[in-house]
Design a protein around this ligand. Structure first.
Ligand SMILES: [Zn+2]
Length: 188
């Protein structure tokens, strides 16, 4: 029998990626090592590079290659407007339509440290907090909780509206719907 342990390990690793099944994993692995090994090596280097240089922005928690991400350090952006997202990945989605020109905050959990960090940022003069999070009962409770934590400040609270169905995460929403959702934000 052929010894393809290393190839199979690559197939298994690829198969663990989101949306990639066993069949696609085999096809991709074959392409990278047999059809176009240059592409394969380029991907391997790119992954290693990204791993080595990517970190969390110390301000917003988004992806960054520096202490502060390019959004947090961009003085042209409105820092009285703060958009709360669930994942750093959502920032990339929202930036794609270029409608939002405020700052972001990744609320990964409601742990004290995370919430305190948010309160500290809000203190610096935030006038509006926009929740760009998946509509669900749990997240409605989360919104109320955060509103309560920020109730000492003069902040209006909004959330993205139509086009985002209940329980569907932002990454599964097309750009047009996401754009509408941002345009039609509602008060909470
Ligand atoms: Zn940042």
């Amino acid at each position: 029998m052929n010894n393809l342990d290393k190839f199979n390990r690559l197939v298994d690793a690829l198969g663990e990626l989101p949306t990639i099944g066993k069949k696609s994993a085999t096809r991709l692995a074959y392409f990278m090592v047999m059809n176009d090994s240059y592409a394969g090596l380029k991907i391997a280097h790119a992954i290693e590079d990204a791993f080595g240089s990517l970190k969390k922005c110390t301000q917003c928690g988004g992806m960054s290659e520096d202490e502060l991400c390019s959004i947090c350090s961009d003085e042209r952006r409105d820092d009285t407007l703060l958009c709360i997202v669930e994942n750093a990945k959502d920032i990339l989605l929202l930036e794609e339509n270029g409608l939002f020109d405020g700052k972001y905050f990744v609320l990964e959990s409601l742990e004290e440290e995370n919430v305190n960090h948010l309160v500290k940022i809000a203190k610096k003069g935030i006038h509006e907090v926009l929740f760009a999070i998946t509509p669900s009962i749990a997240n409605d409770a989360l919104i109320l909780y955060i509103e309560d934590k920020l109730s000492d400040f003069d902040i209006s609270f909004t959330k993205i509206a139509q086009g985002v169905p209940t329980g569907v995460s932002l990454e599964n929403i097309d750009l047009l719907s996401l754009t509408r959702a941002l345009e039609d934000k509602v008060r909470v």
